[in-house]
Design a binder for this molecule. Structure first.
Ligand code: ADP
Length: 428
């Protein structure tokens, strides 16, 4: 029964027992009380509406109780929705900030609306200062401005950063919504460097192959044009020189194939047990054979043991260093091959009293085709790839190469192998 009906009934009862005046008075007092209660609840409602979102709705009895309960339900639903939305927005913000690419939102007038950390770094922008500014006032490179304004965004733009030298960016514009645009930027400096290296490598290989090929071609042409004009001895000399050049091409191709097998994800070296004493003996003999008595070659062993790794690769790396010592040490020089085991692992060193290297060249010696003296390298049958191969092999065995040298006095090329690559010799 509603409060008003109850009041009417009570007032009628009072009128019946105490007279109409009292009944009327009771009714007016009742109406005033009822009105006061409604005003009171209305004030509570207004006060609540001024509280922060999420404040619970006040409780009340009767019809106000129902109103408040409904409001409470709706307020909870909308509060949960807001919470979900704001946490989704926060997640989106965090994800955009963590992205490895730059993201920049532009409004229809190309002003910056939002920017993530990477884009700030790529374009030299600062969100606290630059939001709301036209992007073309801040990123002024003509190629970027033209790309933005041309409206053809199928292909990305490759541009260098105007703010940071050595930074190459790939920029892609993606239109969305009502005339809005998203600018994605990616740092491709490393890719560019690799591409330059690849181009240099192809140019170097072509040059290295062309030189002997030109020599062979020249001899053959000379012989074709006038075989009868030459003595047999001259012809033999030409053919021998051509043969030398073809062996040089063969060596180059072998080294290229070795390098490519090492580089293109060849499986990790087999964990063979390499008998160090036998390996050193073999390297010593090979070095003496290559030197053909022109140098004094010694072998010193301070501890032996068993080495874990690929026998073929380790042999190739060690003999490369030894053969370099022969090739870059003039006749009468001394070459020492030293194997030493210590607490930090093992070391294989090749010491020579050869021409040495100016220390400025040392950091680049393991680059492909890097030679201090191209002519000398060629004369001695070098391909410029030996130390690059050595470095790859050593990296695959967690070993490193150390070089110390003095021009005109000699060099020491040392390989340091970690203890994990060593095994003690089984008791005999
Ligand atoms: P190359 O076939 O030219 O010898 P490497 O990669 O083996 O190629 O060596 C690169 C360069 O390092 C050589 O051209 C040479 O200038 C220098 N080099 C290597 N070993 C020695 C050494 N023992 N003494 C002096 N220079 C050396």
């Amino acid at each position: 029964m509603s409060a008003l009906c109850l009041l009417a009934l009570v007032s009628a009862a009072v009128a019946l027992f105490a007279g109409v005046t009292w009944g009327l008075t009771a009714f007016i007092v009742g109406v005033l009380l009822l009105l006061g209660w409604h005003v009171h609840n209305l004030i509570r409602l207004v006060m609540w509406s001024r509280e922060p979102i999420g404040t619970p709705v006040p409780r009340a009895a009767g019809s106000w109780g129902q109103v408040f309960a409904e409001l409470n339900r709706r307020s909870r639903v909308s509060y949960d929705m807001r919470e979900r939305l704001s946490s989704a927005l926060e997640r989106f913000h965090d994800a955009s900030q963590a992205m490895p690419d730059g993201v920049l939102y532009l409004s229809d007038s190309d002003t910056i609306e939002w920017i993530n950390l990477k884009a700030e770094q790529h374009f030299g922008l600062d969100h606290t200062r630059d939001i709301g500014a036209p992007v073309t006032n801040l990123v002024r490179q003509p190629e970027f401005v033209h790309y933005l304004q041309a409206g053809k965004h199928d292909e990305p733009l490759i541009m260098t950063s105007g703010r940071r030298s050595g930074l190459t960016l790939q920029v892609q514009i993606i239109p969305f919504g009502d005339d809005q645009q998203m600018v994605l930027s990616r740092d491709i400096s490393q890719l560019e460097r690799l591409e330059t290296m690849r181009r240099d490598f192809v140019a170097n290989v072509s040059h290295e192959l062309r030189t002997p090929l030109t020599v062979i071609g020249g001899f053959l042409e000379t012989l074709v044009d006038g075989l009868d004009d030459y003595e047999r001895e001259d012809v033999m000399r030409f053919l021998r020189l051509a043969l030398d050049q073809s062996s040089r091409m063969g060596r180059l191709i072998d080294d290229l194939l070795t390098l490519s097998a090492l580089e293109t994800g060849a499986p990790a070296p087999a964990e063979e047990r390499i008998d160090v004493a036998a390996l050193m003996q073999e390297i010593h003999e090979d070095t003496e054979l290559l030197s053909a008595g022109r140098h004094t070659v010694t072998l010193q062993m301070e501890g032996d043991g068993v080495l874990l790794g690929s026998g073929k690769e380790i042999h190739s790396a060690f003999s490369n260093l030894a053969s370099n010592a022969v090739r870059y040490t003039p006749e009468g020089g001394k070459i020492d091959l030293v194997w030493r085991v210590d607490a930090q692992g093992a070391e294989f060193s090749v010491r020579d009293t050869g021409i040495g290297v100016d220390p400025i060249h040392i950091p680049r010696l393991t680059e492909r085709f890097y030679r201090v003296d191209r002519g000398r390298s060629r004369e001695t049958g070098g391909t410029g790839l030996g130390l690059a191969i050595v470095k790859h092999i050593l990296t695959r065995h967690q070993a490193d190469l150390r070089v110390s040298s003095k021009q005109g006095e000699g060099s020491v090329f040392s390989v340091r192998l970690p203890p994990a690559r060593l095994m003690a010799l089984p008791a005999r």
